[in-house]
Design a protein around this ligand. Sequence first.
Ligand SMILES: *Cc1c(COP(=O)(O)O)cnc(C)c1O
Length: 450
Amino acid sequence: MNKLLQKAFDDSIAYRTSLENRRVFPDSKMLEEMKRLDMPLPEKPKEPGKILDLLSSAGSQGTVAVAGPRFFGFVIGGSTPVTLAANWLAGAWDQNCGMDTTSPVAAFVEEVSLKWLLQFFGFPSACGGAFVTGATMAGFACLAAARSHLLNRHGWNVEKQGLFGAPNINVVVSEEVHATILKALSMLGMGSERVTKIPTDKMGRMLIDKIPKPNGPTIICVQAGDVNSGCFDPIDEIINKFKSDDVWIHVDGAFGLWVLVSSKYKHLGKGIEKADSWSVDAHKWLNVPYDSGIAIVRNAEALRSAMSISTSYLKSTPGKRQPNEFTPELSRRARGVEIWTAIASLGREGIAEIIERTCSHAQKAARRLADAGYKVLNDVVINQVLVSFGSDEKTEKVIKAIQEDGTCWCGGTKWKGQTAMRISVCSWATTNEDMDKSLDAMIKCAKGID
Ligand SMILES: *Cc1c(COP(=O)(O)O)cnc(C)c1O
């Protein structure tokens, strides 16, 4: 055992150290190496050390260097060294986080982390919370709580009676809604197309005048941080105008919610604490290892009603918060360990520093690309930049050239009908030098297409 664990440890350190100079996306030769993992169907046991060596040498070739400093695709954080270390430790502990009887420590770090998160965000201390795989499942849990609560008010127990014949729930989303909210709605039987989509302004903010007056049970989903532009919906105005007992306001704050920790950026989330539920990722801006997100619900009982399991054998200590009463899953890894470690090690100042530094990197990227003659399509309010290099066709070619160059990695998107490259700066590891190096490479690639 010692030798195996020591090898994983040594190889992990060598891997993380190599990311500084490795190309971000594997080239075809590296991807070919990865294919060594496809062996004839294993029938007999093999020496674990050899298998670990194969996984390490061939598997690492097929990785994308998201843990390194120059990955700007999608919205993806790196993991700080101490949260990776905590992840190793939690892996060694191998805890089932479902109940305090399966792991007192896993249940306890969730309780402490949730308390800290609520304090950071300025939410009531009685909120319920679920530690799930990411914002997709966090949105799912929040919307399940919304569904449960709104129908309960109308004498309908959706957990027991199901949705057939239930009172209607209207769902209002932005036309820029993240696709995972629609997926959550589809999993909840509320339908991804049975929604009212509200048009947005140039930056992707919902036009409040276009939101119809709620009529009956209604869920309004707003965004704190659009996945493309980084913009925030006018959340305060929407809540003040529409909030009522029959209207549940959900905030998709997968990365944007973290601005609440920064005194410089928290104004963007004005009024957000008045919402009913919030989904947020830890594996993006908090920079913990995959996979990790949190659902937070003002009415903890609504979340518990939607998620709790009743059986005779799942006995746990009475009066204690039982993690599985709030999550879709029963058995689960101890995700709270990394979140606890991130918060304990960075503190409010450390988290705010990552947010402010990555936002300033994004602003620098926007300035340099504009100075080089390219068009930045969004107001760079936080860490997201959308850039067009000219025609849609040219922008696509430039994105491909940047990805092939390998110095950094950016993806593409469609923004208001136009092809754009997205730069999302989320990683704690990105330095000024990394930004310079990446921007030099981007501009060189773009010039090469002219
Ligand atoms: C990333 C993201 C999601 C989905 O989160 P996952 O962690 O991938 O499940 C939802 N909403 C927004 C705004 C996001 O940025």
